[in-house]
Design a protein around this ligand. Structure first.
Ligand code: ADP
Length: 447
């Protein structure tokens, strides 16, 4: 720039010298100088005008300028280009930031110092039904819960989040945090916590149920122990009798604890992929289960089997055993004497199907969906009398989930029930995969 100034000064100096010389030659120094300087000033003025017009309308082409004006125009152009690219960068950053906050699953609401809504993200629309009209509204008018209003007034940095019922759907629970944003702004972060509340409720119910289930047999055992303690002259026969009476509640507690342990293992453990599980010889497994069921029934039921030999299942043998035996034993327990029970294991287009059909007491439609809930029983007395813990079908459901299988239950009161487990092709090995064992279709009362 300095060089340009020097050149311009040199140019003015030469102009003054040349015009003075010419003026001296023609004897009009003052006039010649005045005319030449006026001409120079007009030229500079015109360039300045062109520059200003171009600055006002930067989209037009850069005008033709010379000397210092050309340099000024170029510098202006460079500064403008830089500020434009900075603006684009900031706009992109803002857009990315907004996109990121839009995709946050928590409702995010920006409040000004008067606690009015300045901005909110898409999740706020989903969780609180906010819409554009709510911008500028005080948040206390939309969430009227007195606990929230007090929280808004008193919340400090790091204060505990607030749990309230959703103002738009009272089946949902919200967790609200308030964090400082800019100087006079605060940000509300609202999370839908319904599933955590449900889990807490389920855990509470579960503990209550376990305590309840254990309390009755434990009270019976303690009762007998106290009797033994207080009676001094007990004969050996009487003692045997009392100990014998303790056996049933003690076994009930043992079964319950075993079922609980099994459920807890199923909840936490991972199962290997189908390709890594050995193929279970289901026909052999079922024979042993049906034999045990026959013993449980003491011959008072007719048990028929329709089992496809060589149809194997890739899974955890102990778990599958527990599913099949639970379903077969339930059929015996909930079917009156002389009833018919059919056990089926066969290939179907989707893979393989295990089915237990009974002609028992049946289940009302409204109870069917709840059968796999922990401790859910239709008839508590009947379940307990036959040694049930109310956990059998929960175990069935968990094991089937781990084996990507589906459970379906069809039943009619007084007519009987059908429990079906559908295993998909990737967990099934066809009969051709192994040499065929004996064909036991149909087989009645094995063992
Ligand atoms: P339980 O130990 O009580 O049998 P389950 O979880 O195995 O527990 O079954 C839950 C409830 O489902 C049972 O209490 C019973 O009311 C009902 N149920 C299960 N299987 C049958 C069946 N085959 N027929 C009728 N009701 C059944």
């Amino acid at each position: 720039m300095k060089k340009l100034w020097n050149e311009e000064l040199k140019r003015i100096l030469i102009l003054v010298l040349v015009s003075s010389t010419i003026g001296w030659v023609i004897g009009q120094i003052a006039w010649t100088l005045a005319i030449v300087l006026a001409f120079y000033a007009t030229k500079q003025f015109l360039q300045l005008r062109r520059l200003i017009l171009w600055i006002d309308r930067p989209s037009t082409e850069m005008p033709e300028l010379s000397g210092i004006w050309e340099e000024m125009a170029y510098r202006f152009y460079r500064t403008r280009r830089r500020s434009e690219s900075r603006k684009t960068r900031i706009a992109n950053l803002l857009k990315r930031y907004q996109q990121a906050t839009q995709s946050i699953p928590d409702a995010t609401i920006l409040l000004n110092s008067r606690e009015e809504i300045e901005w909110f993200n898409g999740s706020a629309t989903r969780i609180l039904n906010l819409n554009k009209k709510d911008i500028g509204q005080p948040i206390g008018r939309l969430i009227r819960d007195p606990q929230f209003v007090a929280f808004l007034g008193s919340a400090e940095i790091d204060s505990e989040p607030l749990d309230i019922l959703s103002p738009v759907d009272d089946s949902k629970f919200l967790e609200i945090r308030l964090v400082p944003s800019a100087l006079d702004q605060r940000m509300l972060l609202i999370r839908d916590n319904t599933h955590i509340h449900r889990l807490t409720e389920m855990r509470r119910d579960f503990v209550a149920n376990v305590s309840h289930e254990l309390r009755t047999p434990l009270t019976v055992v303690i009762g007998y122990l106290e009797t033994i303690e207080t009676l001094d002259d007990l004969t050996v026969e009487e003692l045997h009798d009392l100990v014998g009476r303790m056996s049933s509640p003690a076994h009930r507690m043992k079964t319950l604890v075993e079922d609980l342990l099994q459920l807890s293992k199923l909840d936490t453990g991972v199962i290997p992929a189908a390709s890594q599980c050995p193929g279970i010889e289901v026909s052999a497994l079922l024979k042993s289960i049906v034999r045990d069921a026959d013993q449980l029934s003491s011959g008072s039921h007719q048990i028929e089997t329709n089992i496809e030999s060589g149809l194997r299942l890739r899974g955890m043998e102990k778990e599958i055993y527990s599913v099949f035996s639970n379903l077969v034993n339930n059929a015996v327990r909930y079917t009156p004497d002389d009833g018919l029970i059919q056990v089926v294991w066969k290939s179907v287009p989707e893979g393989a199907l295990f089915q237990v059909v009974d002609s028992g007491v049946g289940i009302a439609r409204e109870n069917i969906d709840r059968l796999t809930e922990r401790f859910y029983r239709v008839d508590v007395g009947r379940s307990r009398d036959s040694g049930g813990t109310g956990l059998g079908l929960s175990i069935v459901k968990q094991v089937l989930r781990r084996h990507d299988a589906e459970l379906s239950i069809k039943s009619e009161i007084g007519k009987g029930s059908t429990f079906s487990c559908l295993f998909f092709a990737e967990r099934v090995e066809g009969p051709e995969a192994i040499p065929s064992l004996e064909n036991d279709l149909p087989l009645t009362n094995p063992g």
